[in-house]
Design a protein around this ligand. Sequence first.
Ligand code: TRP
Length: 332
Amino acid sequence: MDRIFSGIQPTGNLHLGNYLGAVRNWVRLQNDYECIFCIVDLHAITVPQDPAELRRTTREVAATYIAAGINPNSAVIFNQSTVSGHAELSWLLSCITPLGWLNRMTQFKDKAGKNRESVGLGLYAYPVLMAADILLYKATHVPVGEDQKQHLELARDIAIAFNRQFGEDFFPLPEPQILGTATRVMSLRDGTKKMSKSDISDYSRINLTDDAETIDLKIRKAKTDPDALPESVEGLGSRPEAANLLGIYAALTDASLGETVSRFAGVDFSRFKKDLAELAVTVLGPIAAERARLLAAPDHIDTILRHGAERANAIAAPNIAHVKELVGFLSP
Ligand code: TRP
Protein backbone atom coordinates (compact mmCIF):
# COMPACT_ATOMS: atom_id res chain seq x y z
CA MET A 1 0.00 0.00 0.00
CA ASP A 2 1.16 3.52 -0.68
CA ARG A 3 2.51 5.27 2.35
CA ILE A 4 2.47 8.96 3.17
CA PHE A 5 4.89 10.78 5.44
CA SER A 6 4.68 14.45 6.28
CA GLY A 7 5.51 16.72 9.17
CA ILE A 8 5.27 20.16 10.70
CA GLN A 9 7.78 21.82 13.00
CA PRO A 10 6.61 22.56 16.54
CA THR A 11 7.63 26.20 16.44
CA GLY A 12 5.25 29.10 17.00
CA ASN A 13 1.55 29.03 16.32
CA LEU A 14 0.01 27.14 13.47
CA HIS A 15 -1.88 29.41 11.11
CA LEU A 16 -4.32 29.31 8.24
CA GLY A 17 -1.52 28.58 5.77
CA ASN A 18 -0.53 25.43 7.69
CA TYR A 19 -4.17 24.37 7.83
CA LEU A 20 -5.14 24.96 4.19
CA GLY A 21 -1.75 24.04 2.77
CA ALA A 22 -1.07 20.97 4.90
CA VAL A 23 -3.24 19.57 7.66
CA ARG A 24 -6.58 19.85 5.86
CA ASN A 25 -5.17 17.96 2.88
CA TRP A 26 -3.80 15.27 5.15
CA VAL A 27 -7.24 14.71 6.64
CA ARG A 28 -8.48 13.87 3.16
CA LEU A 29 -5.63 11.50 2.40
CA GLN A 30 -5.89 9.38 5.50
CA ASN A 31 -8.48 6.98 4.11
CA ASP A 32 -6.62 6.28 0.89
CA TYR A 33 -3.09 5.86 2.23
CA GLU A 34 -1.25 4.54 5.21
CA CYS A 35 -0.34 7.86 6.84
CA ILE A 36 2.44 8.92 9.17
CA PHE A 37 2.17 12.50 10.42
CA CYS A 38 5.14 13.64 12.40
CA ILE A 39 5.85 16.59 14.66
CA VAL A 40 9.42 17.29 13.63
CA ASP A 41 11.04 18.40 16.87
CA LEU A 42 14.55 17.44 15.63
CA HIS A 43 14.07 19.95 12.83
CA ALA A 44 12.81 22.59 15.25
CA ILE A 45 16.13 22.68 17.13
CA THR A 46 18.07 23.63 13.98
CA VAL A 47 17.46 27.13 15.35
CA PRO A 48 17.47 27.90 19.09
CA GLN A 49 14.31 26.87 20.98
CA ASP A 50 13.20 27.37 24.54
CA PRO A 51 12.80 23.85 26.06
CA ALA A 52 9.53 24.55 27.90
CA GLU A 53 8.11 26.27 24.84
CA LEU A 54 9.17 23.34 22.64
CA ARG A 55 7.28 20.88 24.86
CA ARG A 56 4.21 23.11 24.74
CA THR A 57 4.22 23.60 20.97
CA THR A 58 4.80 19.89 20.37
CA ARG A 59 1.55 19.11 22.19
CA GLU A 60 -0.15 21.99 20.40
CA VAL A 61 0.72 20.65 16.97
CA ALA A 62 -0.50 17.18 18.01
CA ALA A 63 -3.77 18.69 19.26
CA THR A 64 -4.17 20.62 16.02
CA TYR A 65 -3.70 17.51 13.89
CA ILE A 66 -6.39 15.70 15.85
CA ALA A 67 -8.77 18.68 16.12
CA ALA A 68 -8.54 19.20 12.36
CA GLY A 69 -9.73 15.64 11.83
CA ILE A 70 -6.73 13.34 11.68
CA ASN A 71 -7.72 10.10 13.34
CA PRO A 72 -4.88 8.93 15.61
CA ASN A 73 -6.22 5.38 15.52
CA SER A 74 -5.57 5.05 11.81
CA ALA A 75 -2.87 7.63 11.02
CA VAL A 76 0.33 7.48 13.04
CA ILE A 77 0.91 10.73 14.98
CA PHE A 78 4.18 11.06 16.88
CA ASN A 79 7.08 13.38 17.59
CA GLN A 80 10.24 12.68 15.63
CA SER A 81 12.74 12.52 18.51
CA THR A 82 10.96 9.50 20.02
CA VAL A 83 12.01 7.28 17.10
CA SER A 84 15.80 7.04 17.06
CA GLY A 85 15.90 5.86 13.44
CA HIS A 86 15.47 9.44 12.19
CA ALA A 87 18.75 10.62 13.67
CA GLU A 88 20.55 7.39 12.79
CA LEU A 89 19.49 7.32 9.16
CA SER A 90 20.20 11.02 8.86
CA TRP A 91 23.85 10.39 9.75
CA LEU A 92 24.18 7.51 7.28
CA LEU A 93 22.63 9.55 4.50
CA SER A 94 24.75 12.59 5.30
CA CYS A 95 27.80 10.47 4.50
CA ILE A 96 26.61 9.88 0.92
CA THR A 97 25.26 13.40 0.27
CA PRO A 98 27.66 15.66 -1.61
CA LEU A 99 28.11 19.13 -0.12
CA GLY A 100 27.39 20.56 -3.55
CA TRP A 101 23.80 19.35 -3.31
CA LEU A 102 23.28 21.07 0.04
CA ASN A 103 24.89 24.26 -1.20
CA ARG A 104 22.05 24.63 -3.69
CA MET A 105 19.29 24.63 -1.06
CA THR A 106 17.54 27.99 -1.23
CA GLN A 107 15.88 27.63 2.19
CA PHE A 108 19.28 27.41 3.88
CA LYS A 109 20.45 30.50 2.04
CA ASP A 110 17.31 32.38 3.11
CA LYS A 111 17.44 31.21 6.73
CA ALA A 112 21.16 31.61 7.24
CA GLY A 113 21.32 34.91 5.38
CA LYS A 114 24.34 36.90 6.44
CA ASN A 115 25.05 34.51 9.33
CA ARG A 116 26.34 31.67 7.17
CA GLU A 117 29.39 31.21 9.38
CA SER A 118 27.59 31.24 12.73
CA VAL A 119 24.42 29.19 12.20
CA GLY A 120 24.59 25.57 13.36
CA LEU A 121 25.58 22.61 11.22
CA GLY A 122 22.08 21.23 11.84
CA LEU A 123 20.48 24.01 9.82
CA TYR A 124 22.69 23.11 6.90
CA ALA A 125 22.03 19.38 7.29
CA TYR A 126 18.28 19.95 7.74
CA PRO A 127 17.33 18.62 4.28
CA VAL A 128 19.25 15.37 4.91
CA LEU A 129 17.25 14.83 8.10
CA MET A 130 14.10 15.47 6.10
CA ALA A 131 15.19 12.85 3.55
CA ALA A 132 15.81 10.43 6.44
CA ASP A 133 12.29 11.09 7.80
CA ILE A 134 10.76 10.03 4.52
CA LEU A 135 13.07 7.17 3.60
CA LEU A 136 13.07 5.63 7.09
CA TYR A 137 9.49 4.56 6.39
CA LYS A 138 10.00 3.94 2.66
CA ALA A 139 7.23 6.49 2.14
CA THR A 140 5.96 6.73 -1.44
CA HIS A 141 4.10 10.05 -1.22
CA VAL A 142 4.88 13.28 0.58
CA PRO A 143 2.28 16.05 0.75
CA VAL A 144 4.17 19.33 1.12
CA GLY A 145 3.88 23.01 0.31
CA GLU A 146 5.58 24.56 -2.72
CA ASP A 147 8.45 25.76 -0.54
CA GLN A 148 9.49 22.19 0.29
CA LYS A 149 9.71 20.94 -3.28
CA GLN A 150 13.44 21.44 -3.50
CA HIS A 151 13.99 19.46 -0.30
CA LEU A 152 11.90 16.65 -1.68
CA GLU A 153 13.90 16.57 -4.89
CA LEU A 154 17.00 16.27 -2.75
CA ALA A 155 15.40 13.35 -0.86
CA ARG A 156 14.83 11.61 -4.19
CA ASP A 157 18.43 12.25 -5.24
CA ILE A 158 19.71 10.85 -1.95
CA ALA A 159 17.50 7.77 -2.37
CA ILE A 160 18.89 7.23 -5.87
CA ALA A 161 22.46 7.63 -4.59
CA PHE A 162 21.85 5.10 -1.80
CA ASN A 163 20.19 2.60 -4.12
CA ARG A 164 23.00 2.88 -6.62
CA GLN A 165 25.62 2.29 -3.97
CA PHE A 166 23.98 -0.35 -1.79
CA GLY A 167 21.18 -2.08 -3.59
CA GLU A 168 18.91 -1.30 -6.47
CA ASP A 169 15.36 -0.29 -5.49
CA PHE A 170 15.91 -0.36 -1.73
CA PHE A 171 14.24 3.01 -1.22
CA PRO A 172 11.19 3.86 -3.32
CA LEU A 173 11.47 7.37 -4.80
CA PRO A 174 9.04 9.57 -2.86
CA GLU A 175 6.56 11.57 -4.93
CA PRO A 176 5.65 15.12 -3.87
CA GLN A 177 1.94 15.83 -3.57
CA ILE A 178 1.25 19.54 -3.93
CA LEU A 179 -2.46 19.81 -3.21
CA GLY A 180 -5.33 22.27 -3.15
CA THR A 181 -6.13 25.78 -4.36
CA ALA A 182 -4.55 27.56 -1.44
CA THR A 183 -1.38 25.54 -0.98
CA ARG A 184 0.28 28.91 -0.87
CA VAL A 185 -1.55 31.20 1.53
CA MET A 186 0.08 34.61 1.51
CA SER A 187 0.50 37.26 4.21
CA LEU A 188 -2.55 39.46 4.87
CA ARG A 189 -0.21 42.46 4.90
CA ASP A 190 1.69 41.69 1.71
CA GLY A 191 0.22 39.43 -0.96
CA THR A 192 3.65 38.62 -2.36
CA LYS A 193 4.99 37.11 0.90
CA LYS A 194 4.07 33.70 2.30
CA MET A 195 1.91 33.63 5.46
CA SER A 196 4.46 32.75 8.12
CA LYS A 197 4.71 32.00 11.83
CA SER A 198 7.82 34.14 11.99
CA ASP A 199 6.37 37.35 10.50
CA ILE A 200 6.70 40.09 13.14
CA SER A 201 3.17 41.36 12.45
CA ASP A 202 0.44 39.16 13.91
CA TYR A 203 -1.93 40.90 11.48
CA SER A 204 -0.13 39.13 8.65
CA ARG A 205 -1.67 35.76 9.56
CA ILE A 206 -4.74 34.06 10.98
CA ASN A 207 -3.63 31.80 13.78
CA LEU A 208 -5.59 28.65 14.48
CA THR A 209 -5.95 30.01 18.02
CA ASP A 210 -7.54 33.32 16.99
CA ASP A 211 -11.08 33.89 18.22
CA ALA A 212 -13.92 35.07 16.01
CA GLU A 213 -13.38 38.72 16.83
CA THR A 214 -9.66 38.58 16.02
CA ILE A 215 -10.24 36.76 12.74
CA ASP A 216 -12.82 39.35 11.77
CA LEU A 217 -10.50 42.23 12.65
CA LYS A 218 -7.50 40.76 10.82
CA ILE A 219 -9.49 40.17 7.66
CA ARG A 220 -11.01 43.65 7.81
CA LYS A 221 -7.54 45.14 8.18
CA ALA A 222 -6.00 42.95 5.48
CA LYS A 223 -4.22 44.90 2.77
CA THR A 224 -6.25 45.49 -0.39
CA ASP A 225 -6.17 47.76 -3.40
CA PRO A 226 -8.78 50.43 -4.20
CA ASP A 227 -10.57 48.59 -7.02
CA ALA A 228 -13.60 46.33 -6.84
CA LEU A 229 -13.01 42.60 -7.32
CA PRO A 230 -12.29 41.57 -10.92
CA GLU A 231 -14.63 39.85 -13.36
CA SER A 232 -12.14 37.15 -14.31
CA VAL A 233 -9.11 35.26 -12.98
CA GLU A 234 -6.91 37.15 -15.48
CA GLY A 235 -7.89 40.37 -13.68
CA LEU A 236 -5.99 39.11 -10.61
CA GLY A 237 -2.68 39.20 -12.45
CA SER A 238 -1.21 42.29 -10.83
CA ARG A 239 -3.36 42.17 -7.69
CA PRO A 240 -1.65 39.80 -5.24
CA GLU A 241 -3.81 40.76 -2.22
CA ALA A 242 -7.08 40.24 -4.08
CA ALA A 243 -5.74 36.94 -5.44
CA ASN A 244 -4.76 35.79 -1.97
CA LEU A 245 -8.07 36.63 -0.27
CA LEU A 246 -10.09 35.08 -3.09
CA GLY A 247 -7.80 32.04 -2.99
CA ILE A 248 -8.42 31.65 0.73
CA TYR A 249 -12.18 31.91 0.17
CA ALA A 250 -11.99 29.33 -2.61
CA ALA A 251 -10.00 26.92 -0.45
CA LEU A 252 -12.30 27.32 2.55
CA THR A 253 -15.35 26.52 0.43
CA ASP A 254 -13.60 23.89 -1.69
CA ALA A 255 -14.40 25.84 -4.82
CA SER A 256 -12.07 26.66 -7.68
CA LEU A 257 -10.58 30.12 -7.92
CA GLY A 258 -12.57 30.69 -11.13
CA GLU A 259 -15.86 29.91 -9.40
CA THR A 260 -14.98 32.20 -6.53
CA VAL A 261 -13.96 35.07 -8.80
CA SER A 262 -17.28 34.79 -10.68
CA ARG A 263 -19.16 34.73 -7.41
CA PHE A 264 -17.65 38.04 -6.25
CA ALA A 265 -17.18 39.72 -9.63
CA GLY A 266 -17.45 43.51 -9.26
CA VAL A 267 -18.10 43.32 -5.50
CA ASP A 268 -16.22 45.81 -3.34
CA PHE A 269 -13.67 44.63 -0.82
CA SER A 270 -15.57 45.61 2.30
CA ARG A 271 -18.50 43.36 1.46
CA PHE A 272 -16.28 40.51 0.32
CA LYS A 273 -14.22 40.75 3.50
CA LYS A 274 -17.35 40.46 5.62
CA ASP A 275 -18.27 37.23 3.84
CA LEU A 276 -14.73 35.91 4.07
CA ALA A 277 -14.46 36.63 7.80
CA GLU A 278 -17.76 34.89 8.47
CA LEU A 279 -16.64 31.88 6.47
CA ALA A 280 -13.25 31.69 8.19
CA VAL A 281 -14.90 31.81 11.62
CA THR A 282 -17.35 29.06 10.64
CA VAL A 283 -14.58 26.75 9.42
CA LEU A 284 -11.91 27.49 12.02
CA GLY A 285 -14.07 28.03 15.11
CA PRO A 286 -14.89 24.36 15.75
CA ILE A 287 -11.25 23.35 15.20
CA ALA A 288 -10.03 25.93 17.71
CA ALA A 289 -12.60 24.75 20.25
CA GLU A 290 -11.65 21.09 19.88
CA ARG A 291 -7.97 21.95 20.05
CA ALA A 292 -8.48 23.83 23.32
CA ARG A 293 -10.45 20.90 24.73
CA LEU A 294 -7.63 18.48 23.86
CA LEU A 295 -4.93 20.73 25.27
CA ALA A 296 -6.75 20.83 28.59
CA ALA A 297 -5.82 17.12 28.93
CA PRO A 298 -2.09 16.95 28.07
CA ASP A 299 -1.78 13.39 29.44
CA HIS A 300 -4.19 12.20 26.81
CA ILE A 301 -2.12 13.86 24.07
CA ASP A 302 1.05 12.28 25.47
CA THR A 303 -0.61 8.86 25.39
CA ILE A 304 -1.50 9.35 21.74
CA LEU A 305 2.08 10.40 20.94
CA ARG A 306 3.54 7.45 22.80
CA HIS A 307 1.28 5.03 21.00
CA GLY A 308 2.17 6.72 17.68
CA ALA A 309 5.89 6.40 18.43
CA GLU A 310 5.49 2.66 19.04
CA ARG A 311 3.72 2.19 15.74
CA ALA A 312 6.24 4.38 13.89
CA ASN A 313 9.13 2.48 15.42
CA ALA A 314 7.63 -0.85 14.40
CA ILE A 315 7.90 0.29 10.76
CA ALA A 316 11.24 2.05 11.14
CA ALA A 317 13.22 -0.53 13.13
CA PRO A 318 13.44 -3.27 10.46
CA ASN A 319 14.26 -0.66 7.80
CA ILE A 320 17.12 0.87 9.75
CA ALA A 321 18.42 -2.61 10.63
CA HIS A 322 18.42 -3.49 6.94
CA VAL A 323 20.21 -0.23 6.03
CA LYS A 324 22.93 -0.91 8.60
CA GLU A 325 23.44 -4.37 7.18
CA LEU A 326 23.71 -3.01 3.62
CA VAL A 327 26.24 -0.39 4.74
CA GLY A 328 28.37 -3.10 6.36
CA PHE A 329 27.84 -2.50 10.07
CA LEU A 330 28.34 -5.60 12.11
CA SER A 331 25.55 -6.23 14.62
CA PRO A 332 26.98 -8.94 16.86
N1 TRP B 1 10.70 20.77 6.30
C1 TRP B 1 9.28 20.67 6.44
C2 TRP B 1 8.68 22.07 6.61
O1 TRP B 1 9.28 22.91 7.20
C3 TRP B 1 8.89 19.80 7.61
C4 TRP B 1 9.34 18.40 7.41
C5 TRP B 1 10.35 17.76 8.08
C6 TRP B 1 8.81 17.47 6.50
N2 TRP B 1 10.47 16.49 7.65
C7 TRP B 1 9.55 16.27 6.68
C8 TRP B 1 7.79 17.54 5.55
C9 TRP B 1 9.30 15.15 5.89
C10 TRP B 1 7.54 16.41 4.77
C11 TRP B 1 8.29 15.24 4.96
O2 TRP B 1 7.57 22.27 6.18
